[in-house]
Design a protein around this ligand. Structure first.
Ligand code: AMP
Ligand code: FE
Ligand code: FE
Ligand code: ZN
Length: 293
């Protein structure tokens, strides 16, 4: 495929969520917001789903390119207990049966975990209802931010950040979900023609992080890149990720991980170089970026 030509100063944000998962803008609103934010390229990367792709394509404003992607919930079983991690997958074939089945399984596991968290809360006398949380997710991939929203509506916490604190979803009412083995995820994404990039690999403030050895092992089996510029990375963590990427021959991305009002970060807060973007597109064999003229 001919790589797209993007201008040298192009603003490229390769990680954003919509109401198809735990963002608060619909896919159509998201692409319009991306254009308003002055972006030239935006990636739609909802958790474990491609459900927002078509609506985003239909609403794509002129001059904006859309990278269709997803953020896969993965787990590495080389630690005890196993470590959760996120894999961004770009431009894969959304009809590849094994990947489709795995994403459906993870979404179902998310619903089961959400319901179990709600039962734990209810057992402590906290007045939240699963049906209300499901309604809040409106058919999108259910995540803890939807439970956080219910805690806010119930007046129990003031912000999503507080809901992710140790007294709530961050620890006391935290339950693991059945994620995709990370090696299987890399293989499935590549088999579907997609390009896998490790999301916020060093974000220690989110919890335990994986060792560099795992990243080297993943690079050897198809991992394409590492997200370095992300609001959850300190400057030292960003520098470490860059160094590791250089050592392993991986590309480096930067992105906002925009979630609408579920987070404070703005679209385009961090960006990816045209060079890295073009490399992702050149490696992809699933779907192409959608360029609106
Ligand atoms: P889940 O995918 O259900 O495990 O929930 C994780 C999601 O919650 C992430 O994708 C973020 O969107 C959000 N999240 C995680 N930590 C925080 C935090 N401290 N504050 C706000 N949102 C968070
Ligand atoms: Fe999220
Ligand atoms: Fe993530
Ligand atoms: Zn994300």
């Amino acid at each position: 495929m001919t790589p797209p030509t993007v201008p040298a100063g192009a603003r490229i944000d390769l990680h954003a969520h919509s109401t198809a998962s735990d963002g608060t803008l619909t896919p159509a609103e998201l692409v319009r917001a991306a254009a308003d934010a002055g972006l030239d390229v935006v990636a739609l990367t909802d958790h474990d789903t491609t459900a927002g792709w078509d609506a985003a394509v239909r609403a794509l404003p002129p001059g904006l390119s859309l990278v269709r992607g997803a953020e896969l919930s993965c787990r590495w079983h080389g630690a005890e207990p196993a470590l959760p991690l996120h894999l961004l997958a770009y431009l894969f074939d959304p009809a590849e049966p094994e990947l489709v089945a795995e994403l459906a399984r993870v979404r179902q596991a998310r619903r089961e975990r959400g319901e179990r968290i709600v039962r734990l809360l209810q057992a402590d006398g906290i007045d939240v209802s699963w049906s209300e949380i499901l309604a809040g997710a409106a058919g999108g991939t259910v995540g803890r931010p939807h439970i956080a929203a219910a805690l806010i509506r119930a007046g129990l916490v003031a912000t999503t950040t507080e809901a992710f604190g140790p007294d709530w979803l961050g620890e006391r009412y935290r339950l693991p979900k059945e994620d995709i083995d990370v090696f299987r995820a890399v293989a499935l994404v590549r088999a579907a023609g997609g390009v896998p990039v490790f999301a916020h690999p060093r974000a220690s403030r989110r919890g335990r992080i994986v060792p560099d050895e795992l990243i080297a092992d993943l690079a050897a089996v198809g991992l394409a890149g590492l997200e370095a510029d992300h609001e959850d990375h300190t400057p030292a963590e960003r520098a470490h990720v860059r160094g590791l990427a250089a050592e392993l021959g991986l590309l480096v991305t930067g992105s906002s991980d925009f979630h609408g009002s579920h987070k404070t970060v703005r679209l385009g807060a961090h960006t990816t170089t045209p060079w890295a973007y073009e490399r992702i597109v050149a490696e992809a064999a699933g779907v192409t970026p959608v360029i609106s003229t």
